[in-house]
Design a protein around this ligand. Structure first.
Ligand SMILES: [Zn+2]
Length: 91
């Protein structure tokens, strides 16, 4: 399933820092050094020191597809092509 990443963020359960990665190579670590995020809006990457319960995930994702601007554009172009061929046929 394709997903779109709206927000790539976690909260460290040890120090309470909320860290967010806003671009692919934006690597962020909390101030106690226990957890980190990376990947921006391309992928969700988490690092932790002890276990996955070191952090609380605050990320927001949504399914990509209908809302995706590129697909939307292709869809519109396909519809335009259909519309124009229908127009030609009506003559
Ligand atoms: Zn921390």
């Amino acid at each position: 399933m394709n997903i779109r990443i709206i927000r790539n963020a976690i909260r460290c359960n040890h120090c309470g820092d909320i860290i967010e990665s806003t671009s692919v190579h934006d690597f962020r670590m909390c101030h106690c050094g226990c957890v980190s995020v990376d990947g921006g809006h391309e992928y969700l990457r988490r690092c932790f020191t002890y276990s996955p319960v070191d952090f609380t995930d605050l990320s927001e994702i949504e399914p990509a597809g209908d809302g995706d601007p590129e697909n939307d554009n292709e869809d519109r172009q396909a519809k335009n092509r259909m519309a124009s061929s229908a127009f030609v046929l009506s003559f």
